[in-house]
Design a protein around this ligand. Structure first.
Ligand code: ADP
Length: 273
């Protein structure tokens, strides 16, 4: 059987000149493309810095769709996404919010850290996420159908979650969900090398450090070392900083503010690097 068109389109990832670089952990690129082709929304789960945003940027370019990204925060409400009336020179004028712009343009709309946002956003996300594919602009009196190519992508970090901040089952059950974890050591070393512009040896040592840090229990650290932190350390070594100092300022200092914890991390760093 010949590959389906969506998979054929993915066969030449180098086709777009400005393709953001992404090294897949598993089948997430194919799955993303299939969800897009099937007009299904996607929920990306995973710790901070594991590549969720980069995956979305990469796939938007590969699928040839514009990308509109909004970061969730505790003051982000439905009107920030849909739009509002603005008064200009005595007249009121409707101005689309980022979600309305994405829906009209058939763009990929990426809402990062969705659980941080206010609960009223579900009112606008639900009719877009199920087979209605419409955005109610109540204040504007418009029911906006999603243009072909529109896709809703949400992400969140299950590690940060507590009871009050989870996603409701009624929201979860509208989405195809994909978990991105930490990449395998081999893959992570390739990512750190290419993103951080360092030698394979430096990348391997940073990944080795990250693995030691990840073996610490959850009680020891709120969040563990992400690929993002390793990339930052690798970039600093390219500026002439020693590997140990780079790891200290880019990795260890990001993990804790507590002096005792930092001293323990420093010992670990000396033992490992
Ligand atoms: P998240 O959105 O999950 O917090 P990002 O997508 O911003 O994380 O990733 C942080 C950084 O780590 C990226 O800017 C990139 O340099 C690097 N990175 C992580 N995973 C990958 C990957 N699979 N391929 C390429 N770069 C990656």
């Amino acid at each position: 059987m010949s590959p389906r068109p969506v998979l054929q389109a993915l066969a030449s990832p180098t086709a777009a000149p400005t393709l953001p670089h992404y090294l897949p952990q598993a089948d997430e690129c194919t799955l993303f493309a299939q969800a897009h082709a099937a007009q299904l929304p996607l929920l990306l789960k995973g710790p901070t810095g594991c590549g969720k945003t980069r995956l979305v940027e990469h796939m938007a370019a590969r699928l040839g769709r514009p990308l509109i990204t909004v970061s969730g925060h505790d003051d982000l409400g439905a009107a920030d996404l849909t739009g509002r009336h603005l008064i200009q020179g005595g007249d009121t004028r409707w101005v689309d919010g980022p979600l309305a712009r994405a829906v009209r343009a058939g763009a990929i709309f990426y809402l990062d850290e969705v659980v941080e946002a206010r609960k009223d956003i579900t009112v606008v996300l639900h009719p877009l996420a199920d087979d209605r594919r419409v955005l109610p602009l109540e204040r504007h009196g418009e029911l906006l159908p999603a243009a072909p190519g529109f896709m809703l992508v949400l992400s969140y970090n299950p590690g940060y979650q507590h009871l009050l901040k989870g996603l409701k089952p009624s929201t979860r059950q509208r989405f195809v969900a994909l978990t991105l974890g930490c990449p395998s050591p081999e893959l992570e070393a390739r990512i750190v090398q290419s993103e951080g512009g360092c030698t394979p040896a430096v990348a391997a040592r940073l990944v080795h450090l990250a693995q030691a840090l990840r073996r610490l229990t959850e009680q020891d650290l709120e969040e563990t070392a992400s690929t993002r932190l390793l990339v930052m350390a690798a970039r600093l070594t390219g500026q002439g900083l020693s590997l140990q100092r780079a790891a200290q300022v880019a990795v260890m200092e990001a993990l804790s503010d507590d002096a005792q914890t930092l001293a323990a991390l420093q010992e670990l760093l000396h033992a490992v690097l």
